[in-house]
Ligand binder design. Structure first.
Ligand SMILES: C[S@@+](CC[C@H](N)C(=O)[O-])C[C@H]1O[C@@H](n2cnc3c(N)ncnc32)[C@H](O)[C@@H]1O
Length: 266
């Protein structure tokens, strides 16, 4: 089939299939479904994964996002969800999806690889919902607390939530870069405010992770606006990004092009 007759999506997918044979999937943003695209990546082809999945916030009883109406979070960027993901899966389905992603990621990382998996605990029906149902059975080596600035207290039954977690899920051979262990396991970084993506990472957080490893290749299977790719480039590492939203993929491509132009990488 001639490429000229393919739709944009097919052309991308064809490119990524060809890429895998030649490892040229490195330094690309793949616009597609996470599991479909992860299944195309070879075993042990990536050193570390840094990612933050959609949190399924609209499927919630307790954070004001109830039933997707937004509630007290009506002005929050995520109230409208993502451009191509509703963020409102039945909880069991969501957990199974995330576990399938982690299973694929464990296959894709090398024997000394690791997954930095960012998530958020929350209260549901008055009880803490940690994310043990997602990570149970995976080799969680450490939980890093990402302390964010600020927070709102809508409920006199709880202290104001101010942190998210980063699960360090590591294969046996994974080691930090020399002296990086001195950062400790509680990190304070202001949430990102200057990004049109509704849930972007602050770049400093990802810089901390990338620079704390000796990884040559970094994958973000929920790449969003491309923060992980920018950080990888800053540190001279290769990246691979996946996102289902053509809008966010375009954002990521634009940020990468701007970064390369500024740093004269092209
Ligand atoms: C929390 S955001 C990631 C933001 C990113 N860390 C950044 O700095 O911009 C989660 C991302 O997952 C993407 N996503 C949702 N469902 C997906 C799917 N099935 N396949 C791939 N990406 C998906 C959304 O489009 C969204 O950009």
């Amino acid at each position: 089939m001639a490429t000229a007759t393919l739709t944009k999506r097919q052309a991308k997918s064809t490119r990524s299939n060809e890429g895998i044979k030649s490892q040229s999937f490195l330094n690309t943003i793949i616009c597609g479904d996470v599991l479909e695209e992860l299944r195309k990546l070879p075993d042990a082809s990536i050193d570390i994964v840094i990612t933050s999945p959609p949190y399924n916030l609209k499927n919630s009883t307790g954070n004001g996002m109830k039933d997707g109406r937004g509630g007290k979070w009506a002005n929050a960027a995520l109230q409208k969800g993502y451009s191509h993901h509703h963020d409102n899966m039945p909880h069991d389905e969501y957990v199974a999806w995330q576990r399938d992603c982690l299973t694929e990621l464990m296959r894709i990382i090398s024997d000394d690889g690791a997954i930095f998996y960012n998530h958020k605990w929350r209260v549901q029906n008055g009880l803490l919902q940690d994310r043990q149902d997602i990570v149970s059975g995976f080799p969680v080596r450490q939980i890093i607390i990402w302390r964010r600035k600020g927070g709102f207290n809508f409920n006199p039954g709880y202290f104001v939530p101010t942190y998210e977690v980063i699960y360090l899920i590591a294969k046996k051979g994974f080691r930090l870069a020399p002296k990086s262990n001195g950062h400790g396991d509680v990190w304070e970084f202001m949430q990102e405010m200057n990004n049109d993506h509704p849930a972007a990472f602050p770049i400093d957080l990802i810089d901390r992770i990338v620079s704390s490893t000796t990884a040559k290749t970094v994958l973000d299977p929920f790449m969003g606006s491309g923060t992980t790719a920018i950080s990888a480039l800053k540190h001279g590492r290769d990246y691979v990004g996946i996102d289902i939203s053509p809008e966010y993929c375009a954002m990521a491509e634009q940020r990468i092009a701007e970064f390369k132009a500024q740093t004269k990488l092209i």
